[in-house]
Unconditional design. Structure first.
Ligand SMILES: [Zn+2]
Length: 454
């Protein structure tokens, strides 16, 4: 049993002082007691938060961050995608492993303790399967194991180049699988991990395939999370309307989605879609820095939170690896649009920073681990996984912060990284801001990028 004492900790009911946290040998929190004085048999900690889930990652895109910013007049998501595809043609499983290891260590240092990897780069350049069809998936599983981050692997089904069965482009061949091939991949992975399910998007997957995979899921994978990109781009909404007479999120709602679904981006929603998506219990998987970088648009946060909608955050293309920056961008885009302040504040939680953090802790656990919360992260409470982040409150931006102001200051007062120690699944992975593999991982990452980008 590991015993910790936190001067203060964010518990499900809010801040508490003098918190003793007991962690069992399986990495789960056994007990949480408050108002327990510090003592010699308790490891001392200052201010402790639950680790945040990063619900949307394409690990290989980390290598391209910042390298697609030299543009021309008509640059858009679609021209960015062309650059991405050129890079995709070159990467192999070992390089995927090195990039993902570097990225996952960066995530832990920033306070993410879980990552949902939305993985669609399955095959060799040219489209042939690897000798081990799960080679790329295994590269990601190994990277997460090396870094010590909790992984929800979401192998993504990608079948076609556009709505209505349009053929895949040459550059998309590495992504494309049949439904049978996809289900075979899920079966192969089930001995190593508990994979979730992802459909790349409605433009990349046939409706019958969604039905077939969901039927496999109910027989084989219980209530595992299901993720899909939807309504990220207004162009995609127009194409979906032309194909089906419905908008992407409207189409999914009509087909039936529930609390185990995560709709990634969901940027372009009508008032009816906002209400129905919130009522479904599904999570809107928001990636504010990537959505800003790609010029996607602005998610209707105020309306969605008012409707009781669930949110979570992801770093997606990894132009930033910081939950603080995601939350700040999420709120600031709203302020710019509405010309008001404190958009995410609510009647039950008037502190914007705290409301955002609490929302993405709960939504992140749901989107990465499904609705059966026991054993998942996201809360400091008995039965939850010991994913803990200690914040250094000695920094000038956080000194003299009362409990209720602390998360506001954390999100809105600076650019330093306040994360000191991180525990993932009961194991210390970051101590004093460092990971034991960081030098080796960085050296491999440098070599990998030299090979890929030259
Ligand atoms: Zn994505």
């Amino acid at each position: 049993m590991t015993l910790l004492h936190a001067n203060r900790a964010l518990l499900p009911g809010g801040w508490a002082n003098d918190v003793r946290i007991a962690i069992d040998g399986h990495g789960l929190i056994a007990t949480v007691d408050t108002d327990v004085p510090a003592s010699g048999d308790l490891q001392p900690m200052d201010c402790v938060l639950p680790g945040i889930a990063n619900i949307h990652s394409h690990a290989f895109q980390r290598a391209l961050a910042g390298r697609t910013e030299c543009g021309s007049e008509n640059d858009s998501f679609w021209t960015w995608r062309k650059l991405l595809y050129r890079f995709v043609d070159r990467i192999n499983p070992e390089q995927m492993h090195q990039i993902a290891t570097q990225l996952y260590i960066e995530m832990l240092k920033a306070g993410y303790t879980t990552v949902a990897e939305f993985h669609y780069l399955h095959h060799q350049a040219g489209g042939q399967a690897y000798a081990d069809p799960a080679a790329m998936s295994h590269a990601l599983i190994e990277a997460a194991g090396d870094a010590g981050i909790q992984l929800t692997l979401l192998p993504a089904l990608y079948m076609q180049g556009g709505f209505g069965g349009a053929p895949a482009e040459a550059a998309q061949r590495r992504f494309v699988s049949t439904v049978d091939g996809y289900l075979d991949l899920l079966s192969r992975l089930s001995s190593d991990t508990t994979p979730g399910i992802a459909f790349h998007s409605l433009r990349a997957v046939a409706p019958e395939a969604i039905d077939e995979v969901m039927s496999w899921r109910s027989d084989n994978a219980g209530n595992c999370p299901v993720h899909i990109h939807a309504a990220e781009q207004s162009g995609e909404v127009g194409q979906c309307l032309a194909w089906s007479g419905m908008r992407p999120v409207e189409w999914l709602l009509n087909r039936g989605i529930d609390a185990s679904w995560c709709i990634v981006h969901a940027t372009h929603l009508t008032a009816d879609e906002i209400g129905a998506l919130a009522s479904s219990g599904a999570v809107a998987g928001l990636c504010p820095t990537t959505e800003a970088n790609l010029g996607d648009g602005i998610f209707p946060l105020a309306e969605y939170l008012r409707a009781g909608g669930h949110i979570a955050i992801g770093s997606d293309s990894h132009v930033s690896v910081s939950p603080i920056e995601e939350l700040r961008w999420l709120e600031y885009t709203q302020r710019l649009e509405h010309r008001q302040r404190n958009i995410a504040a609510g009647p039950d939680q008037p502190h914007t920073g705290q409301r955002l953090v609490e929302a993405v802790l709960a939504g992140g656990a749901r989107a990465t681990e499904g609705t059966d919360e026991r054993g998942s992260g996201g809360h400091i409470a008995a039965g939850y996984r010991a994913d803990l982040v200690e914040i250094d409150t000695r920094h000038p931006t956080l000194v003299q912060c009362a409990d209720e102001d602390l998360l506001d200051c954390l999100v809105f007062s600076g650019n330093h990284n306040p994360v000191r120690h991180v525990m993932s699944g009961g194991r210390w992975v970051i101590r004093d801001g460092h990971h034991e593999l960081e030098n080796r991982a960085e050296s491999h990452y440098r070599k990998t990028l030299a090979a890929l980008l030259n």
